[in-house]
Design a protein around this ligand. Structure first.
Ligand code: COA
Length: 190
């Protein structure tokens, strides 16, 4: 492995970063606020203007143990690349009875395009479909957000439809694509 990394680094290609996930905690609020202000993060999605205090309160109220007991609505993780906080994933559970949830994600500009979110989301799917009662995980992305679309496709999400004029982005209504992944399909992949 060390040889491969040395070869890649000497040949000018960057080795794939090590990706890990951890639950977000209150002290991540500053980072979340900074990332949410970056232009590339906002390019394809309308993000609410939230203060650091609001973000801190939001994260502080999450109890990750609830997720594994079939309770709670919103959960956030920090995605790290080579040990450095790189972005976040949010999970919103809309209905525990039917196991319905939606996922959203973003990376700081400097960490985009390195394969980080493909692997970060993959790790989350593994956890959710093996250790929680979530049966159907949805994700949406703006029609022209090709990177996000690929992240979903590479993780086995299936395209389910076009959501016309789904949200307003800088004054223009934007079509979205709806993707979903089912626990039964995930487990069948082996
Ligand atoms: C969308 C986002 C999460 C993707 O994560 P990422 O780690 O950068 O994506 P990856 O590096 O794993 O790339 C995934 C795929 O998209 C492709 N891709 C990356 N940027 C692209 C671009 N600008 N146009 C087209 N394809 C692109 C990659 O080539 C890769 O596909 P491949 O493996 O077939 O070559 C990240 O770019 C991001 O945070 N963007 C800003 C916030 C955002 O849009 N969040 C999603 C809202 S729905």
């Amino acid at each position: 492995m060390a040889f491969v990394e040395k070869f890649l680094s000497e040949s000018g290609a960057n080795p794939a970063p090590r990706v890990s996930l951890r639950p977000a905690v209150a002290r991540d609020a500053d980072l979340l606020w900074r990332w949410r202000g970056e232009w590339t993060v906002r390019r394809h999605q309308p993000l609410h203007e939230l203060s650091v205090a609001q973000l801190r309160a939001d994260v502080a109220s999450q109890r990750m143990s609830d997720l594994y007991r079939g309770r709670g609505e919103k959960f956030q993780w920090i995605v790290s690349a080579d040990g450095e906080a790189a972005g976040w994933i949010t999970l919103v559970v809309s209905n525990w009875e039917h196991g319905l949830a939606e996922v959203g994600y973003a990376l700081a500009t400097e960490h985009q395009g390195c394969g980080v979110m493909t692997r970060g989301l993959g790790q989350l799917l593994e956890d959710l479909f093996h250790h929680t009662e979530i049966e159907r995980l949805e994700a949406r992305c703006a029609l022209d957000n090709l990177a996000s679309r690929r992240v979903l496709e590479k993780n086995g999400f299936r395209y389910e439809g076009l959501l016309r004029g789904y949200f307003k982005l800088r004054g223009t209504r934007v079509d979205n694509l709806l993707f979903a992944h089912l626990r039964r399909d995930y487990l069948a992949r082996g």
